[in-house]
Design a protein around this ligand. Structure first.
Ligand code: AMP
Length: 289
């Protein structure tokens, strides 16, 4: 059954006007920002949003300011018809589909002044300069437009949601960030819009990433951080794969862990090139209160 009551907005003004009315009627708004090429991971965010909110807004916007390589931006999949059908099927209320001009109108100051406490410099920050600046910029702008009650993001992008939470805290924004677990394919590969670009062999071998993360978890009480990192990097260097990093980090501040014995929130994070496709994944190995 297709849900044909989904509203599609392309302009900021139309969306804002519509949502203003809804807010006046006391409706709560759940917001799921995406770059499209939707998969079950995105759908899980929308389902979470539906549970808590009367209106669910999903945006599809391939944000040019967060791509540090123009070829990656060009190659980013944009199956908009398929995405629209999937959103209707999942009974999303509103699809926001803005143009670059609508999000970044000329003359509008769109860069928020946020103290990210260096969170943007770690991990991905080293390999994708300017990436998080772009992410903060677009999420801030979209939050300003949608003004939701709850914002839904995936644990899949661990550093991303950590940075956005910091932005929300720093700017005292009135929105609750809800972080949703990583959806995986049957073989354990984290779902990602980039997976469709993997060669057949690399797709099959990509299960390795999840295996290495699980092995790190098993070894948490048996080996040192240094040993786990060394062995994981070695395992991830098989086939056509090249790890950019594999780290054990403190979940709150993203700093590398030296002593596992005293750590209370341990997350294994990795970025791996599978041929010419860059995959990221992570796993929470330990979280105590
Ligand atoms: P993207 O379209 O890749 O920018 O992702 C949009 C949102 O979906 C982000 O908050 C991601 O963290 C989240 N997401 C992406 N992949 C997954 C996944 N496999 N499981 C859960 N959430 C995901």
């Amino acid at each position: 059954m297709v849900f044909d009551r989904m509203k599609i907005f392309k302009t900021v003004r139309d969306l804002k006007n519509y949502l203003k009315e809804q807010r006046k009627n006391g409706k709560s708004i759940g917001f799921v920002p995406t770059m499209g090429a939707l998969h079950a991971g995105h759908v899980s965010l929308m389902n979470q949003a539906k549970k808590k909110n009367e209106i669910v807004v999903c945006s599809i916007f391939v944000n040019p300011t967060q791509f540090n390589e123009s070829s990656d931006l060009k190659k980013y999949p944009r199956p908009i018809k398929k995405d629209t059908a999937l959103l209707k099927k999942n009974k999303v209320d509103i699809l926001f589909l803005p143009s670059v001009k609508a999000v970044y109108p000329k003359g509008k100051k769109v860069k928020p002044n946020v103290d990210l406490k260096g969170l943007d410099q770690a991990l991905e920050g080293k390999f994708r300069p300017g990436h998080f600046e772009g992410v903060v910029q677009v999420v801030h702008r979209l939050l300003e437009i949608v003004n939701p009650t709850h914002l839904y993001m995936g644990q899949k992008d661990f550093q991303q949601f950590t940075i956005i939470q910091q932005m929300i805290n720093d700017l005292k924004m009135e929105v609750d960030l809800v972080v949703c677990p990583i959806k995986r394919e049957k073989d354990g590969l984290a779902m990602s819009s980039r997976n469709v670009r993997l060669t057949r062999a690399n797709r099959k071998n990509a299960v390795l990433i999840n295996k290495v993360l699980k092995k790190a978890k098993r070894n948490l009480n048996k080996k040192t951080a240094k040993q786990i990192v060394y062995e994981s990097l070695e395992s991830l260097s098989q086939y056509d794969f090249k790890p950019e990093y594999f780290k054990l980090i403190h979940g709150h501040n993203l700093k590398s862990i030296r002593n596992l014995k005293t750590a209370k929130y341990v997350v294994a994070v990795t970025a791996v090139w599978a041929g010419d496709v860059r995959l990221i994944d992570n796993m929470i190995l330990l979280k105590t209160k």
